[in-house]
Design a binder for this molecule. Structure first.
Ligand code: ASP
Length: 438
């Protein structure tokens, strides 16, 4: 069984919904995870904000605007009067339900229920369309099987068991539609997997049914080998190891969030990133396989601050690094890159909320130098130490650029360079030219 996930823009207009239907009606049995129509979750958050601020008029206005949009969508999507009627009646109940929250007390419990309605509406609309068009489809409600435990972590055992019940109830269906993002918590209350959580839903469902693959459909042809906003001639990466994808996501590439793909990674299920605008393009496959001897992609992380602590006291001393790191820990500031020498240590951080306090405390240990407006350039691929020459290729590309720090060997998949943000574009372009375009 395959699991396919489509985001908000893929179901954002009647035409886009029809395009999705074309992609999911190939006769194979599958589970389809849908987001809310684009903009809807934001509107639902807006409604909640009005209600927190005790402004029911504002909330009602947003509800009315949203309702108009949905009614228009229904008029354009369905061909039969019967299905139009049925869907409009369903939506009327939905919008009346939303309006009911403008009257009583409003807490985060109500907010969770409100933001869940976007996915509930989009999935019902697509299922109705499939049924109208004669496809063998059914809706399986995520609130019946998607659940988090007391630590707010997905309860995979529960999900597996309850999802099976849902699928077994309709064993002969071709297409099972379900909601991304929404779930129940350990107490059975409506909850969600955080904004953008539909990818996580797809990954969890994939792991729960031991899917043959998980497809994440978006508007781009997979993951590119460099940032197309800064670099010319980028091209899609055909394959990434889960670790490589995680490194790239962390360093700013627009790709799945690492936690989202974790269930798929542990279950060993490949995740494909595909493009609804170009469905036959190969996209990017993320799996547990390493493609030997290849540099895959480059990404940059902005707004980095570098801090260098030099101290003769570090010379031959033990415990020095612990004391330095404890300062960052006490200010809940995580460190991205580290480089050490016998007389100093350099670190980079991206959260500067407590920078002044951190620097003040670090001064106890020696001289402290702070460089702001830096960026981390990260080169990802099979960078195992056995692959001689790969680091030199990357450094060769940066030979014209002042490099403040280098980090290599932290994983087998990454080499990172800290440079001034002013040199970012030049560095990215040069890396593309040296690593991919020759
Ligand atoms: N609809 C939710 C959001 O906009 C979840 C998702 O689309 O992944 O964040």
């Amino acid at each position: 069984m395959k699991v396919l996930k489509f985001g908000g823009t893929s179901v954002g207009t009647p035409q886009r919904m029809k395009d999705v239907v074309k992609l999911i009606t190939d006769g194979e049995q599958k589970i389809v995870v849908l987001s809310a129509m684009s903009g809807t979750t934001n509107s639902l958050v807006e409604i909640s904000d009005y209600l927190y601020k005790k402004n029911p008029e504002g909330a009602n206005e947003t509800i009315n605007t949203l309702e108009k949009k949905y009614k228009k969508h229904v008029e354009e999507l369905y061909t039969t009067a019967e299905m139009k009627q049925k869907t409009l009646a369903f939506l009327k109940e939905e919008f009346d339900y939303l309006r009911s929250f403008t009257k009583g007390i409003f807490t985060m419990f109500e907010e969770k229920i409100i933001v869940a309605q976007g996915e509930i509406m989009s999935t019902n609309m697509v299922t109705n369309y499939l049924i109208e068009q004669g496809y063998n489809a059914t809706l399986i409600p995520a609130l019946e099987f998607m659940r988090t435990d007391k630590n707010s972590e997905p309860d995979l055992e529960y999900i597996r068991e309850k999802l099976k019940v849902q699928l077994d109830e309709n064993p002969e269906k071709e297409i099972y539609i379900t909601q991304g993002f929404i779930c129940r918590n350990a107490y059975g209350e409506v909850d969600n997997l955080q904004r953008g959580g539909s990818d996580y839903t797809a990954s969890l469902i994939g792991a729960a049914v031991n899917a043959s693959e998980i497809q994440i459909w978006t508007d781009i042809d997979g993951m590119h080998n460099n940032d197309p906003r800064f670099v010319e001639n980028t091209s899609p990466v055909n394959h990434l190891h889960f670790e490589e994808a995680a490194e790239l996501a962390y360093f700013g590439a627009k790709i799945l969030h690492p936690t989202c793909v974790q269930p798929a990674k542990y279950a060993g299920i490949p995740v494909k990133l595909l493009n609804t605008m170009d469905p036959t393009a190969p996209g990017t496959v993320i799996s547990n396989e390493t493609e030997r001897g290849k540099i895959k992609a480059v990404a940059a992380k902005d707004n980095i601050t570098a801090i260098k602590i030099t101290s003769s006291r570090m010379l031959l001393a033990y415990g020095f690094l612990r004391k330095v790191f404890e300062i960052f820990e006490s200010y809940k500031t995580s460190i991205d890159m580290i480089a050490t020498s016998e007389v100093g240590v350099s670190v980079s951080i991206d959260n500067t909320t407590h920078l002044d306090a951190i620097v003040n405390e670090l001064k106890k240990f020696g001289h402290v130098q702070v460089d702001k407006n830096m960026c981390i350039i990260c080169v990802v691929g099979d960078l195992d130490a056995e692959n001689v020459g790969f680091e030199s290729k990357a450094t060769e590309a940066l030979k014209e650029i002042p490099v403040r720090m280098i980090s290599y060997g932290g994983s087998n998949h990454n080499i990172s360079f800290l440079i001034s943000a002013d040199d970012k574009k030049k560095a990215l372009q040069s890396l593309s030219d040296h690593l991919f375009n020759n």
